[in-house]
Ligand binder design. Structure first.
Ligand SMILES: [Zn+2]
Ligand SMILES: [Zn+2]
Length: 208
């Protein structure tokens, strides 16, 4: 089950996904948004998962981890800037706020499964927006959490440090394989509204 916390500001969309265990995908900047939601709904948080290292997705990591005792998971490449508080990759200066370094308990690789009990989220390494960007895919439901790799309309920027248009093109190709096999039903991006597999098809056209 998914509780979306959509954002209409600079902050990212956060998604609370729960089964036997609960995770939040990208707490964003505003820790209180997540902490008060979890408290109000009576959730115990097991994992925070970052789709990539950018501040608008990770700024609240430290506060949420401290408050909940959850474990942090991120791709092994984007885990490094999070652990060293590398502002040039996290872009915290751009947001005018300091990033508090965090320890990444679970370093993710392509194919890793985040096991919430019945719900399993598969890690798809989709570099391009950052080197360690991931999407999370629920094979059962066809839900894809796409971070800043794919939006309802368009794809993530590749002009930040670590970005690569070539890598993004390959990542979109990888997703479009899944979409063409009918496996992707819904797309939940890091910003803007949710979509369906059409988001992947539209993204692919940009690279045609
Ligand atoms: Zn980003
Ligand atoms: Zn973002």
């Amino acid at each position: 089950m998914i509780h979306p916390l959509y954002s209409d500001s600079l902050d990212c969309n956060a998604f609370v996904v729960f089964d036997d265990k609960t995770c939040v995908i990208d707490p964003g900047i505003n820790a209180l948004r997540i902490i008060s939601f979890l408290r109000d709904e009576g959730f115990k948080l097991d994992y925070v998962v970052n789709t990539h290292c950018h501040f608008d997705h990770t700024g609240a990591d430290k506060a949420v981890l401290d408050e909940t005792g959850a474990k942090l998971a991120a791709h092994e490449i984007d885990a490094l800037p999070l652990e060293y508080a590398d502002s040039s990759l996290i872009l915290s200066d751009l947001f005018g706020k300091p990033f508090e370094r965090v320890y990444v308990d679970v370093k993710l690789e392509d194919g890793f499964i985040i096991d919430l009990g019945g719900t399993k989220l598969q890690v798809l390494h989709t570099p391009g927006h950052t080197q360690g960007s991931i999407c999370l895919f629920d094979e059962e439901t066809g839900d894809l959490f796409s971070g800043d790799t794919v939006f309802a309309e368009g794809v993530g920027r590749t002009d930040f440090p670590g970005g690569s248009l070539d890598a993004l093109s390959e990542s979109i190709e990888k997703l479009s394989q899944l979409a063409s096999e009918g496996d992707i039903k819904s797309v939940y991006p890091g910003h803007g509204p949710a979509s369906d597999a059409g988001a992947i098809a539209r993204a692919k056209k940009l690279f045609a």
